[in-house]
Every structure is written in C-alpha cells, then in structure tokens.
Ligand binder design. Sequence first.
Ligand SMILES: [Zn+2]
Ligand SMILES: [Zn+2]
Length: 246
Amino acid sequence: MRINKDYHIHSKYSKNGHCKSEIEVIVQKAISMGLDEIAISDHGIKHILYGTSEKNLIKAKDEIRNLNEKYKSINIKLGIEANLIGFDGLTDISDLVVENCEVIQMGIHYGVIFKGIRGFVEFFLLNFLSKFIPPIKKYMIRRNTDAMIKAMDKYDIDIITHPGDKIPVDIGRLSKKAAETHTLLEINNSHKHLTREEIIIAAKSGVDFIIGSDSHDYENIGKCSDSLERLIQAGLLVNRVVNLEA
Ligand SMILES: [Zn+2]
Ligand SMILES: [Zn+2]
C-alpha cells in the first residue's frame, strides 16, 4: 500500500530553520515517488517559533504557480497547518489564508500565544497538570474538545492534523463533528496520533481519514509506514483513507 497524495509537507517557509527544504526540491522528490498531488503546508502565522508569514505565504503561492507550469505530472497546492489559539474556537486562519490556501489544516501546537489569561492558564498549565490529575484531565478533555468543535463550526477546515496529540481530547465527539463537517482526521506519520485506539473510536463516527507524512525534510515526504501500521492494527478499511492506494 502507498499514498498518492501528501498534504502535510513543511518547507523553508516555516521559519527559524524548522524545515530547510526548497519547494522545487520537494516537488522533484514527490514526482520521483509517484505522488500525483501535494500541498505545501507550513505552520500557521501565529506559531511564534515556526510560523510562516503573510509575505511568505504569497511568495510560496507564486512559486507554486510557476512550479505547476514547469512540472505537469503533479498537482501542487498551497496549504497551511493552522493553530487553535482560543477556547472559543479562534484559529489563525485569516482571510488571506482562506483566499490563498487550497488545503486548510488545523492542529494543536504549544508555540502560540493563547487568547485571554484564563485561556492561557488552561491551555498551558491545566493541560500539563491533566497528565497527573484525573479530575483536571476530565475537565480539560471537555474544554479542549469544545474548542476544536467550535473551530470546525467557525472555519471550513479540511483536515485536523495529529488529533489527540499535545492535549487530551474526546476523539469520539471530535470525530462526530468532523464527520458532520466533512473534515478529515489525519493519521500522522511523524507523531503517534491518531493512535490505533483512536482510529477504532473515530471510525465508528463515519469520518474519513487521511495520512500525512508531516515531513520537515524533503527526504521524508510521502512516507507512511508508521501510519499504515496503526491503521492496519485498527482494522480500518482502505477506502476510509482518502489518499491510500491498495
Ligand atoms: Zn503539527
Ligand atoms: Zn506539521
């Protein structure tokens, strides 16, 4: 089994050397691997350490337009891996992102400034404490899941990246909302989420899945062996994963 599309590819436009790969090198590697479509999806603008910028999004868009002219055997899209930044469902998906990005993904990352003092304390401190204190975990699962559901209501999100990573969420509720809003859940090849157990829970909601390499180096694009292992262990049918070829 292999994937024919990879939408979770970082490039040199994620700042501070988070990824150094030029988009053209990524495209050449994707073609050599037989991928028919890719999306360059750098970190959202509000990620303090690695986020792209409005200027870089436009630069990447221009570059991608030229590369689509040059390489006819592959379709190259501009995407984004946006961040949740508020418990009211606020993200860094701006109008500029909506206008320019064809693949809108959203994930949880710690490198953001969370909205409001209460939001900040809950996102960073209570989510940390939830690892050790069950009542806090129970509370934060509800808060985190509500926030992601609100984000799916507010924005047209195509993919939730590595759901269940970083902060605890209720995968059952999250996947029901994702199924309703036609949002795909990612089985990320670089992070452990979705886990085998999470795939089993999510599959019951009728949601569809996508594998993302989450590559930070062009050498790793299209890689999916870890994701495959988890979905096979979970007994997930191939036709539930939109970019998987048997
Ligand atoms: Zn991520
Ligand atoms: Zn990523």
